[in-house]
Design a protein around this ligand. Sequence first.
Ligand code: F6P
Length: 764
Amino acid sequence: MRLLTLRLTISLIIGITLISLFSSYYEVRSQKRALRRDLEHRAEVLGESLADKVEPLLKKGSRKELQIIVDQFGNREHLEGVAVYNPQGESIALTPGLAQRLTGEPAAVQQAATTSRGAGEYIRRGEVSVYIYAAPLHQEEAVVGALAIMHDASYINAQSRRVWRDTFLRVLALVVLITVTTLLIVRWSITGPIARAAQWMHALRTGKISSRPAASDLDLFRPLAREMANFAASLTAARSAAEKEAQLRQTADAFWTAERLSVHLRGKLGESRLFVVSNREPYIHKHQGKSVEAIVPASGLVTALEPVLRACDGTWVAHGSGDADRETVDKYDRLRVPPDDPRYTLRRVWLSKEEEEGYYYGFSNEGLWPLCHIAHTRPVFRGSDWEHYERANRRFADAVLKEMEGMERPVLLAQDYHFALLPRMIKKARPDARVAIFWHIPWPNPEAFGICPWQRELVDGLLGADLVGFHIQSHCTNFLQTVDRALESRIDWEHFTVNREEHRTVVKPFPISVEFPENAPPAEPGESVYMERVALLRELGIEAAFLGVGVDRVDYTKGILERFLAIERLLEKHATYRDKFTFLQIGAPSRTHIKRYHDLLGEVEAEADRINWRFQTGKWKPIVFKKRQHSHQEIQRFYRTADLCLVTSLHDGMNLVAKEFVAARQDEQGVLVLSRFTGAARELPDALLVNPYDIEQMAEAIRFALEMSTEERRARMQRMRIVVRERNIYRWASTLIAELCEVRLDEPANRLESQSSPPLAKSA
Ligand code: F6P
């Protein structure tokens, strides 16, 4: 830093000095010229007027009178004297004292006499500069001598010297000022902030408590500030995780963290790598005006898997669905994410509009989705959609295989109902790969699944995997029963495995979960939550004493209309909650290209309007419907401040909103009203479990939640938090991957056999 200060000071000094020197030089030069011009002019005027006086005396030959005149000019300012010369160049009259200073006839006198015109010259006499002006003397046109006027011109040089001296003093003052200012600026704006930032980093490194430097300090490092902040956050998180780990080792706690998962996976995977394939990508890049923004989609799958990928730096293969997605990948269609803190690789797969229409909207979401969710929406199966589904599975499988190239024994976690065919495709090409598929939605009973014209192909594709995971045991049972009906295979009901064509598939439940915010300080109920809610209601323009919240994609399986009816029933039956209870429904529009979803969005809005119209008064209304996707951070605020959360799915594999609500309630308050038809209901019996088709029961559950004592709310929430904390997403990933790594890969001889397509039909 000293070197920087020195360089800065020297450069400024050199710059300022050069500028001062140049400007002084020009000032001196022009001042000198002006003074000389003035002197020459004055000498000329005096010379001409004296010549007029001298010429008659010369004619008269009166030397005495001539001497009287020249004597008069001895004592004037800067005027040394006057001399009159005859044509031979001899002085005939001189101001007293001038004779000693003149050494001979001045050149100007000779010039004036010969040219018959006034002439001037500067001469040096020792230290003194003298200006001599000579005017010719005439008698009837003939030159009869010359008159010389001598001025002491030293004052001109003296004036220049004064200017140079002033310049020197000015430069000196500037040098002092610049040095002091530079030192102060460097100290205040550079060394000070750097020292404080370094102190902060040091404190972070050594684990001491230190507050983050002021924004003005970090301003200097604007380009670095974000990185530094992320670095600090990661360091703090890492330290607290390490402390946690140490505590856990001491207490032999079974709690899973990102770090523990990462160590665990490294041990399990060895040189290999983790691959995930899903339809939905974790970051969608979209054009927003002139800029490009990365959006995290509303998806339980993304909520669950993102922390896992962050923990173990794998590769996530997914459909690139954003309009700016292609602009943000490299030539291999890859990018590192999360965008502001890259931890793993996202590999995007491109689909044409027709492919997306047939594979995603058509077969996956108009066919399999309603088929697996018994929610009274009829599945639609089109031959063209099935073809697109097959092709898309092949497309994604190729992308996964490409990513796996050069990697021995890779581990793949395929996700969801979009990829039933992919496990077999991968396994066929890479028998050394360990392949699991996790089915995030329910698996219905074999009769229900049996209406799918391609049930055998789907089940066969899934059985290509080494491990098929569901959220709960009953979905595993339904799946095995479907296998039993659809295909020729050997099912081991004791171990829940299927043997088909010498390949063994394990079928197991792995209840998925969320990340539990372990590092956040425990919050107390009361003031802060209350204030947060007041601010939230003010933003919503609502006055209400009680607040309920629901967070869903707008999907017919989520029971949104049913919960609105329950709210209506509550207000009908218990008028005391009118003007008091408001329900905030966050609804992220989803799959709106499908008519059923598009219509549902309208129905939800209309139903909220109808109920509001019926009950609303002044600044209160029963339902606030926010129809847009909200970020994870925004939603946390709703979870934290609500008295209750309604999860009323008609059928749901797990439902992570229920677990997210519990994870967010650090104050151990809030009541979860939960549909018994969700996977989450199996793990959270301390929620108020409801049948979403029973409107009366749901209305009573809401009332019961609002009237529950603080102690009971706390006791229930504490128990639910223990479950969610212990069975968090890291545990889900670790058990799933551990199970997968336990799987014995098929013997090579068997592999060759199994590569020929297995017969699909069940033998008679
Ligand atoms: O529940 C199944 C599922 O794929 C979830 O994993 C995810 O939250 C949801 O559907 C989102 O669906 P989509 O990706 O079609 O928006």
